[in-house]
Each structure stands twice: as C-alpha cells, then as structure tokens.
Unconditional design. Sequence first.
Length: 201
Amino acid sequence: MTSHQDIDTHIITESTFSGVDKKFLNKLLETNNINNIEIITTNGSIHDVFKYLNSVPKLRWYTDQSIKNLLIIVDTDENFKNRLQEIKKITDRLENITVKIFLFPDNKNPGSLETLLWDLLPEDSSLKKDCVNQYFQCLNDKSIDNTMTENNKSKSKFRVFMASPYPDRYVDSILDKIDFTSDKLKSLIKLANLLLMIYRT
C-alpha cells in the first residue's frame, strides 16, 4: 500500500468522496498497478473543480512542491474546446508542476464518464442496451423530454441501464459490470503512467 509521503501525483475530479468517478478511477489505477497517485474529490460539480483549482497556489502541497504532477479528469459535457479552455485558463498560471488534462469520455468528444461507461459495458449487455435505447426512442417519438442534450441523454441512458436489478447498489454494480481492461481505457492509463515517468526520469 502506498504511504502518503510516497504520493507525487494528484488527480482532481468532479466526484464526491463516495462518487462514481472516484471509485472508477481507483479501480482503474489498481487494475493497472499504478501507485503514488491520490484522487482529490470536490463536491460533484465542475464549478467546485474550478474553485479548487483556483485555490491550488495557496495549498501546502503546491507551495512545498511535494506534488510534482496534477492530472485533471472531468467531463467534457457539451463542448470539448470550451471545457479545455476553461481549465487551462486557471492551470496556465500554475508553476513548478506538470499539469495534464483528460476530459471524459475520450479526450476529444462531448460527453461524460457515463458516456464512456456505456461503451465499456460487456458484449452480453447488448439486449438490455437495446431495451434502454428503445425506451429513449419512445420518449423521443412522443416528444417527451425531447429538450435533453446528447450529453444528458447519454448520462440518463447509462443510469437507466444500471438502475436494475439492484437500484440500491448503483455504484458497486458499475464497478462489477465494467471491463477495466478495455482498449478504450488505454489513453487514460497511458496519460497516468506518462506523468509518473516524467517525474522519475
């Protein structure tokens, strides 16, 4: 187990302490034997992430330079370019630290963690995914909730999928269901490993 003094990288997320983002990233790091990283949670919103990032210059780990790398992992939501610019506007002011950004789902397209998780569902989920798609098509055909953005629709589709058969085990069910060895996670794993290599070489 990594001790606190061995940690040289922080991951900043939108997640609450017990949220999906944190638990997903923890298991992803564990599956790939990536250590020396601590996940910093906010209160579940991008605005809380911005608030935290603005406070970084006053934090002890920044002023004493004990943390060498900062990896910001949040949702793109509707516009990749805008979200990236919002973050870089803050992080470009940080000095003596390596900053990298990864925006869910794939660091290039609109969407969220749920968009990625939907694509990580195993092949034997296809029938259930069809049912969920039919449900949302029904809503669309009847002009119900038809003002949803594509991002919110993808979030809703995944949450509907995971709501059964264990609605009270939503987060744990996700961790049990997702394929953490999928090639679709390679770019995120590569980025985490790259940060560690930059500092140690």
